[in-house]
Structures are given as C-alpha cells and as structure tokens.
Design a protein around this ligand. Sequence first.
Ligand code: UDP
Ligand code: MG
Length: 309
Amino acid sequence: MKTISIIIPIYNEEKNIKNLFDSLTNLFIGMEVEYVFEFVFINDGSEDNSLEILESLDKSIGKIRIINFSRNFGQQNALKAGYDHCTGDAIICMDADLQNPPDMILQMISLWELGYDIVLCKRKDGNQNSGYLKGLFSRLFYKFLNILSEIRIEHNVPDFRLVDRKVLSELITLKEKDLFYRGIISWVGFKKVVIEYKHIPRDHGKTSYNLLKMMQLAASGITGFSLKPLYLSMLIGLLIILISFIYIFYALIIHYLGRTISGWTSIIVAIMFFGGIQLFFLGVIGVYVGKIFTQVKDRPNYIIKDHIY
Ligand code: UDP
Ligand code: MG
C-alpha cells in the first residue's frame, strides 16, 4: 500500500487542531483500503495547549507522529522537519488554521496518481482576510521576485502542496539554512500542475505573519534566488557616477565663469540622494552577507526536544 504523509506545522493552534484533524479523518474514511495515512505534526514551540491536544488525537485512522521543537523555529523550518522525518510516497503539507481546504487533498492525490510529481494549490481570490497593506505588499513582492530571480514563482501559491517521494529526496539533500520552499519548489523542476482553490478566512487565532516578518521572508526570498540586486546596485552606482561627472563639469564651468552660486540646495539634495542610495545598497549587501553568515555558522535548522509517536 502507498503511504500518504500529511505535514502540518503548529504554532499556537489549540483551537484549530481538533477541527482540522476531524475534517481530514472524515475525508479519509473509506480510503484506508488504498492508502496508509501518516500525520506529521510539528509543534513549533507553541505557548498554548497545542501539544496536549496533539497528544490526545485519535490514533485509529492513521499513524500520528509529533515532532516537538525545543522552541519556535518558524514555519519554514517546521516544514523542513516534516520533510526530513516523513515516510510517505506522496507528501502533502498544509497550514493548521483551516485556510487550506482539506477536500483539495483528494484532487491532489488523484493528480499525483496521474503522474504529476508536484501539485501546487493557488488561491483563486487572493488573500482576502489579510488586509490591504499586506495584500499590496505581497503583490509587489512577487512582481519584484519574478523580475529579479532566475526562476518563476507564482503569486498566491502558499505552502499547500503535494510532492512525490522523488522530489522530496532532492529537497532533503539541500543544505540551505535560509529556507523559502515556494522558491525551492520552483527551482527543483519536475512535472508540476497548479490547481485553484477558494481561500477560507482563518477559523481561530490570528496570523503569526506581521508586516515585518513578511518583509524578512521577502528579502530572504529575493536574495535566496538571485544575485541581480547586487548587479543592479553596481549599475545604479555607475549611472550616478556618470551623472556626477556631468555635474562636476557644469560646476567647473560655472566656477571659471566667475558665477559661483551659494549652492546650498544642490548640496543638500545630493547628500540626501546619495546617502539614501548608499544606505539602501549597503542593506542589500548586508542581507547577502547575513545569509553567508548563517550558512557558515552551520547551525541546524531546528532542534527537536522529543518525538512522540
Ligand atoms: N506556523 C509555524 N511557526 C511559526 C508561524 C506559523 O509553525 O512560527 C504555522 C502555523 O501554525 C500555521 C502555518 O504555519 O499552521 C501558517 O501560519 P499562519 O496562518 O500564521 O500564516 P499565514 O496563513 O497568515 O500566511
Ligand atoms: Mg494562515
């Protein structure tokens, strides 16, 4: 029999776990004759009762594994832990907050049976409950990302996907510390299909991604898949040097004509402009240096306190 692994990262989801698990197990009734289901929950340092609730889940429908982190390591690292420890032939990851409709899983499995290696789910109507600013920011981010990087990453395709075992074997050999699976999935290749679903507002609790966290993920996503920002900074630098040569030329002529003006405005404008550009690109370089720093330290992506089977 084939095994299907369901990977679910959990961070303070005490109100959602039971509902999610019930709808998943209801969905799988009757399918046990064909498949073995393995649930891999990663408790990513929840501060509420999530762990107790996970431990109390009914174990008659499928295997349940709980990977309990020593602290919060973030969703991407929780996904990695799930990928590292699951045993399925097809591996599905999804959010715990019921925003990813469980019944999509049936469609994902049938497409996998048809021979697709990766099944991605795309939100049909965008991220409605996320507010205007977050929505705008996310659209801009994907625009930039696709201009800047060598791979194509679709907008509104969250970490809700199925991958075949052969894709997973590639994923788990990657040694990247700074993970952005949406990009990595696009980078690995293989035979893909995208299906659409309607996004459901969060059931309980609130999103743990605020604007700052999103910006971090965005910076990490862009710099993780492209060196173009560095080349862009060189190009802009060159352009400014060119412009300043023209300006210097102009200033010298004015000087020799004896019409030296007070020039305060132009100095202030130039200082502000160049200062801004320099700071911005120092930041860009900083992000890359930071990435090298994390990579070189070679610390593990997560620490497991205990495995509960
Ligand atoms: N999550 C996690 N660690 C974190 C933040 C989130 O494991 O540090 C989990 C969370 O429990 C949920 C999924 O990742 O299952 C997506 O999180 P969330 O709903 O907050 O993100 P959004 O849907 O707003 O992108
Ligand atoms: Mg969510």
